[in-house]
Ligand binder design. Structure first.
Ligand code: SF4
Ligand code: SF4
Length: 500
C-alpha cells in the first residue's frame, strides 16, 4: 500500500524558494518496485541479483569510467563547494539531505574512490571511500531513483558536474547485476516487442486513429487525417504513444494533424515505430538506446519518407537531437533540405514564419497561459538555428496562437527550469510521494503567475510532464485541466478551411 504523506505547503508572495532546513532520511523508505526476471531478461539483463554481485558491480563501474572520460572527471572533480546543494527539486520538496546533488553523487563516488583511486584503496576513511555491500546497494536503489536526471544542478556547478550522468551510470550498474527498476524495464520490453510503451498493437492503433478522424471531423467539419503506415508520405511523425489516447496528450496530436492538414503536407505515423520515448536513456543502457532508435530509422527507410519530425516528448527530443546521428546515423536517405531530426515545434514555427498557417489568436482568449520548460529540451538540446531556440520557439508559437501569455519567474524557467517531478523513469505510482513532493518548486512558481496574472493554462511539450502534472496539479489545489499540449493551443487557433 502506498505510504501516506503530506503535500508540501505553497507560500504566499515569494519569488525565490528558500533552502529548507534538512531532515535526515525523510525519503529513505522511497524505492520503486524491483523488476522481475520477465522484465529484465527481454532487455538483456540478468533476471535477478547475480552471485558475486558486489564484485560485478565494481567491475562494471570500472568499465564505465574507462569508457567515459566525462564520468571519470565528474567523479574526480567535486570540491564540495555546495553550490548545487539547494538546486534539486527533490531536496527542496523532501528536505532529505541525500537528495542534495552532491550527496547523491557521493553515493557512487565513495565506491569509485574505494576501488579506483590510490587514496581510497589505502586510506579509505580519509577520503570517504566505502566497500560495496548491501547497505550501499539499498541506498543506491532508493536515491538513484530519486533523481529525475533533470540536470538542473549541473547548471549551477562551477565544474559542470552532471549528476544525471552519475545517476544513469548507477542505474546501468544495478541493471547489470540484476537489480533493475520494474517501471522502466517493463516499458522497454513492450517497446522492443510491440513498438510502443503502452503495448498498443497495430490494429488497436489503427482503430484509435480512425475514431479520432471521425471525432475531429464531427467537431470541426473538416476531414483532418491521422494516417498510419502510408508509404511515400513526406513526413514520418514520431510521437509519444501517450498522444494516441489520453488527455491532454491527444489534444496535441489533434493539433499536429490540423497543422499538417492546413499546410497540405503529407505525413504518416508508423505502427512499427509508434513511440518517441526511449527509456533506455534513463537506465543508462546504450545497447537498448540504439535498438529503440534503430526501429525509427528502419521505419523511415521502409516508408520512404523525406523527413522525420518528433512530437512533444522531452527526453525523446534529447535522444533524437543529441544521439540519433551518432547512434544510428547517417540519415542521408532523408531530404537534405530539412534538419534531421526536426522538432514539431520547429516545423510549425517555420510554417508560421512563412505564412503557411492562418491563426486566430482570439480563439484562445479564454486561456491565460504560462509555459513549463521541460528539462531535456531546456538543458540537453537545441531547437532551430538560434541560440536559446529551445526557449524562444515554443513561446513564439504560443504568442502567435494566443493573446494572453505570462512567463513564470526567471529563476524557474529556461535553463533554470524546475523538473515536473516525474522525469527520468520516475513516473510511476510506486513513487507518488516523491513525485508530489518533487513538484513543489514548479507548483510554487505556477502559484505566483496564477495569483498575479490569473493564469489558467500551463503548456508543456513533454508527455511525461503532462502526465505528471495531471497528478501534481490537484495535489496542490490547482485544476488538473490547467495542463495542456502546446499544439492543443496552436490547433485551437488554426482556422481550418481558410487555406485548403
Ligand atoms: S539531475 Fe536533477 S534530480 Fe538529479 S540531482 Fe540534479 S537536480 Fe536533482
Ligand atoms: S556544485 Fe559541483 S563542485 Fe560544488 S558541491 Fe556540487 S557537484 Fe561538487
Amino acid at each position: 500500500m502506498a505510504a501516506k504523506f503530506d503535500t508540501p505547503k505553497l507560500f504566499e508572495n515569494i519569488e525565490i524558494i528558500d533552502t529548507p532546513k534538512y531532515e535526515a532520511d525523510t525519503m529513505a523508505h522511497s524505492s520503486p518496485f524491483v523488476a522481475k526476471a520477465k522484465h529484465n531478461e527481454p532487455i538483456g539483463f540478468p533476471g535477478e541479483l547475480v552471485d558475486n554481485w558486489e564484485e560485478k558491480a565494481v567491475f562494471r563501474l570500472g568499465e564505465l569510467v574507462d569508457g567515459s572520460r566525462a564520468l571519470r572527471t565528474f567523479l574526480d572533480s567535486c570540491v564540495k563547494c555546495g553550490a548545487c546543494a539547494d538546486k534539486c527539486h527533490y531536496f527542496l520538496g523532501t528536505k532529505d539531505p541525500k537528495n542534495m546533488p552532491v550527496a547523491r553523487q557521493d553515493l557512487l563516488r565513495s565506491i569509485y574512490r574505494r576501488y579506483y583511486t590510490f587514496a581510497g584503496k589505502y586510506f579509505p576513511k580519509l577520503v570517504g571511500a566505502r566497500d560495496m555491500d548491501k547497505s550501499v546497494m539499498d541506498e543506491w536503489y532508493s536515491y538513484f531513483h530519486q533523481c529525475s536526471q533533470c540536470r538542473r544542478c549541473s547548471v549551477f556547478c562551477p565544474y559542470g558536474i552532471d549528476t544525471a550522468e552519475i545517476s544513469m551510470a548507477a542505474r546501468d550498474i544495478m541493471d547489470t547485476v540484476g537489480k533493475g527498476q520494474k517501471y522502466s524495464n517493463e516499458i522497454l520490453g513492450k517497446l522492443h516487442t510491440i513498438g510502443n510503451n503502452l503495448g498498443l498493437p497495430e490494429k488497436a492503433l489503427a482503430n484509435t486513429l480512425e475514431e479520432l478522424e471521425e471525432e475531429v471531423e464531427e467537431d470541426t467539419g473538416f476531414a483532418v487525417k491521422f494516417p498510419l503506415d502510408v508509404k511515400g508520405a513526406d513526413v514520418l511523425l514520431i510521437t509519444p504513444s501517450a498522444d494516441f489516447f489520453a488527455e491532454p496528450h491527444i489534444d496535441g496530436l489533434i493539433g499536429y494533424g490540423k497543422v499538417f492538414h492546413q499546410a497540405g503536407i503529407s505525413w504518416t505515423l508508423s505502427s512499427y515505430a509508434s513511440e518517441a520515448a526511449n527509456f533506455s536513456m534513463f537506465i543508462g543502457s546504450s545497447d537498448n538506446l540504439k535498438k529503440v532508435a534503430e526501429r525509427i530509422r528502419d521505419a523511415a527507410r521502409e516508408l520512404g519518407v523525406k523527413r522525420i519530425i518528433v512530437g512533444e516528448c522531452g527526453h525523446a527530443w534529447r535522444v533524437a537531437y543529441s544521439f540519433w546521428n551518432t547512434l544510428v546515423g547517417p540519415f542521408d536517405f532523408l531530404d537534405p533540405r530539412y534538419p534531421a531530426p526536426q522538432h514539431i515545434v520547429e516545423f510549425t514555427h517555420d510554417l508560421i514564419q512563412r505564412g503557411g498557417l492562418n491563426l486566430d489568436k482570439e480563439a484562445n482568449d479564454h486561456r491565460r497561459i504560462t509555459f513549463h520548460d521541460s528539462c531535456n529540451v531546456a538543458r540537453a538540446s537545441r531547437m532551430g538555428n538560434i541560440p536559446g531556440g529551445q526557449f524562444i520557439l515554443p513561446r513564439e508559437l504560443i504568442t502567435a496562437s494566443a493573446n494572453n501569455f505570462f512567463d513564470m519567474s526567471p529563476e524557474t524557467i529556461h535553463e533554470n527550469t524546475f523538473c515536473c517531478g516525474g522525469g527520468g523513469g520516475l513516473l510511476t505510482d510506486d513513487l507518488l510521494e516523491l513525485r508530489i513532493k518533487g513538484a513543489m518548486p514548479r507548483m510554487q512558481a505556477l502559484k505566483q503567475v496564477v495569483d498575479e496574472h490569473q493564469v489558467n493554462t500551463m503548456v508543456a511539450i513533454c508527455a511525461i510532464c503532462k502526465a505528471q502534472f495531471n497528478k501534481a496539479l490537484p495535489a496542490y489545489q490547482f485544476p488538473m485541466s490547467m495542463i495542456t499540449s502546446l499544439h492543443h493551443v496552436v490547433g485551437d487557433a488554426i482556422q481550418l478551411g481558410t487555406k485548403d
